[in-house]
Design a protein around this ligand. Structure first.
Ligand SMILES: [Ca+2]
Ligand SMILES: [Ca+2]
Ligand SMILES: [Ca+2]
Length: 228
């Protein structure tokens, strides 16, 4: 039989463990990674990524040039046709196919750097549209060249055609400014919708810690009251 005291003990323990399990690295550095979420059009920029919901620049590459505020370490824009795999909506219709748009093709690792005038972006992302199926790593660098961390995700549908259900958004937020983002793995990769702007506040971990901390404190207080 479950005693109320044991239940409160357990509640306090669970709440404490939950606080301990929060992503400490994120809280310590203030770097938040987003990914890998499905992406068929600009409507799929993750909610809460940009302040006000919209990026300062989102380059869909459809004008055939990379935005002047960006530079790339490798690769080039490829035209519609063949196996080109742009973001699905770039050819005007979301239909499971990205053959009719343009994308960035090159051999990984590929780094996109902000080279514009003014402050560095605090939210920076791109869309993986094709490449060798398997683990791809998305990483970022701060203004002083300090690594901001990385995430590794298994992506791809084992097809090098323009299929789009596999396409994934990767992004990073850092209030101190992001100098560059890199996608790396062995092999060729196609990317699209390279984008940046001002980060939206990310209250979740702090709020969650506060809530769980409060829950733990409440359980401890109740336990103490029962033990008196
Ligand atoms: Ca399409
Ligand atoms: Ca495109
Ligand atoms: Ca694809």
């Amino acid at each position: 039989m479950k005693s109320p005291r044991r239940h409160l003990h357990r509640l306090a323990l669970v709440a404490s463990l939950a606080v301990a399990a929060l992503p400490a690295a994120q809280a310590a550095t203030g770097t938040f990674f987003f990914g890998d979420s499905p992406y068929l059009s600009t409507a799929h920029v993750p909610a809460g990524f940009y302040l006000g919901g919209a990026p300062a620049v989102l380059d869909n590459l459809e004008d055939g040039t990379l935005d002047v505020t960006l530079s790339a370490s490798a690769g080039t824009i490829i035209s519609p046709g063949g196996n080109t795999d742009s973001v699905d909506a770039d050819d005007g219709v979301i239909n499971g196919n990205g053959n009719g748009g343009r994308s960035w093709f090159g051999f990984a690792p590929i780094t996109f750097s902000f080279v514009g005038a003014g402050a560095l972006p605090t939210a920076f992302g791109l869309v993986w549209t094709d490449g060798t199926s398997g683990d791809w790593t998305f990483s970022a660098i701060a203004a002083d060249d300090t690594p901001l961390g990385s995430i590794t995700r298994a992506v791809g549908d084992a097809s090098n055609r323009g299929t789009t259900a596999e396409d994934r958004f990767f992004g990073v937020q850092f209030a101190g400014g992001i100098k560059s983002i890199t996608i790396s793995a062995a092999g060729a990769v196609e990317l699209d919708h390279i984008q940046y702007g001002t980060m939206a506040p990310v209250p979740e971990p702090a709020t969650a810690a506060l809530l769980l901390g409060g829950l733990a404190a409440l359980a401890r207080r109740r336990l103490a009251a029962r033990q008196r």
